[in-house]
Design a protein around this ligand. Structure first.
Ligand code: AMP
Length: 280
């Protein structure tokens, strides 16, 4: 793969995209790239004429200032990782470029953003949908690739793009995991060795609930209890929520009749991890 072209302003991006080979595939990231991000970029490469990756640590989607400040940043290695995975263009705007002087517009999605991640992280989704609306609008991409790892985000972004008539197809991509089952996340590097060793308990909890489901269990609370019981075996894990929800609206299910989303959020010290498993 050749080097990727780095763009820093809206105008540079617009120029680079004028006459770019279509379709255009977009992958939005906050940097600190890992194999999960690479899988999205590779998929975009396989399906599009031009691949654009954005790297922007979006202050508006952090409900916790310390989390924003401690978020890992390494631009040089990120640009290399983008190129290695097949990106043509990498847009790395400053905060002022995304939110110009006097900025006062916000995109807020309704009830989908209320439960789970929405409840645990006030303001988070409004920050996400506002920046993603800006990025989709600047990119004019045919397709945008998002990870199933952030399943609620995928649902919320798809809803927003549909509601606002943004002509970008929002594509969901599978979760990439470490060999021990831990979902790759930019925050994993902030775990202590002991926390890192404990973190696969998220996956084990999801799989415990899945095995009850596979054995015929359809009671939502029983599936949630199975996740809680597994998390309780790990003293370093501080569960924030466990959920068995309807993937259409993210409301908790009392009974699983059709599709369901098992999901959880767990803290290890000040690092917050999420994971999920779709049923069936
Ligand atoms: P982030 O940089 O954390 O905002 O993530 C950028 C994109 O990469 C989002 O669409 C995430 O869902 C996706 N992503 C993050 N981790 C993974 C993973 N382990 N597997 C697949 N996609 C991921």
């Amino acid at each position: 793969m050749g080097p990727a072209r780095v763009l820093r302003t809206r105008a540079e991006l617009r120029n680079a995209l004028t006459g770019a080979r279509r379709p255009i595939g977009l992958v939005t990231t906050m940097g600190a790239l890992h194999a999960g991000h690479a899988s999205l970029i590779e998929r975009a490469r396989a399906e599009n004429g031009t691949v654009l990756v954005t790297i922007f640590v979006n202050p508006r989607q952090f409900n916790d200032t310390a989390d924003f400040e401690k978020y890992p940043r390494d631009e040089a290695s990120d640009v290399q990782a983008c190129a290695a995975a097949g990106a043509d263009l990498v847009f790395i705007p400053s905060v002022d470029e995304i939110y110009p002087d006097g900025f006062q517009t916000s995109v807020r999605v309704g009830p989908l953003t209320v439960p789970l991640e929405g409840a645990a992280r006030p303001g988070h989704f409004e920050g996400v949908t506002t920046v993603v609306a800006i990025l989709l609008s600047l990119a004019g991409a045919d397709r945008a690739y998002f990870g199933q790892k952030d399943a609620p985000q995928l649902l919320v972004v798809r809803r927003m793009a549909h509601d606002l008539g943004i002509g970008t197809d929002v594509v969901g991509c599978p979760i990439v995991r470490e060999a021990d089952g831990l979902a790759l996340s930019s925050r994993n590097v902030r775990l202590t060795p002991a926390e890192r060793a404990a973190a696969p308990v998220l996956r084990r909890a999801l799989l415990a609930a899945r095995s009850h489901y596979d054995a015929g269990e359809r009671d939502g609370e029983t599936l949630r209890s199975a996740m809680r019981a597994t998390l309780a075996t790990e003293p370093l894990a501080q569960p924030e929520y466990v959920s068995c929800s309807d993937p259409a609206n993210l409301r908790e299910l009392t009974r699983v009749e059709g599709a369901a989303l098992l999901s959880l959020a767990v803290r290890f010290g000040d690092v917050r991890l999420i994971d999920n498993e779709p049923l069936p």
